[in-house]
Design a protein. Structure first.
Length: 121
């Protein structure tokens, strides 16, 4: 599967688990605002090479999740800020502009060095 986006977790905010318990997590680049930093996985800022679309796969340390919906500014935020919210509820319509929705399930707990990719089928 061709990879259209790749990044690695460089740091983990102290409060990441509070969002994992809600079925989501937040990615943000190194410039994350102090008010949000504790709630995020801090990642390298890298640009995607194609549009992010439903049907593609989010790969989290070799665990694949099918993307079901994409907010209208998710790619712009990801490319420029390293910022998206990943929601594990299987929604087929994006309810938050900067979010990527994936099939329903429990979000995996990532670690420093975890690899995150988006790939086309």
């Amino acid at each position: 599967m061709p990879v259209i986006y790749r990044t690695e977790v460089g740091d983990i905010g102290d409060q990441v688990d509070s969002f994992l318990d809600e079925g989501m997590f937040i990615l943000f680049g190194q410039g994350a605002p102090d008010t949000l930093k504790d709630y995020c996985y801090i990642v390298d800022i890298n640009a995607s090479t194609a549009a992010i679309e439903p049907g593609q796969q989010l790969n989290l340390d070799e665990q694949l999740f099918t993307i079901t919906a994409v907010g209208d500014v998710a790619r712009k935020n990801l490319d420029g800020l390293g910022h998206i919210t990943v929601v594990f509820n299987g929604a087929t319509e994006a309810h938050m502009h900067g979010s990527v929705y994936v099939e329903a399930g429990t979000p995996p707990k990532l670690r420093v060095g975890s690899v995150i990719t988006i790939q086309t089928p």
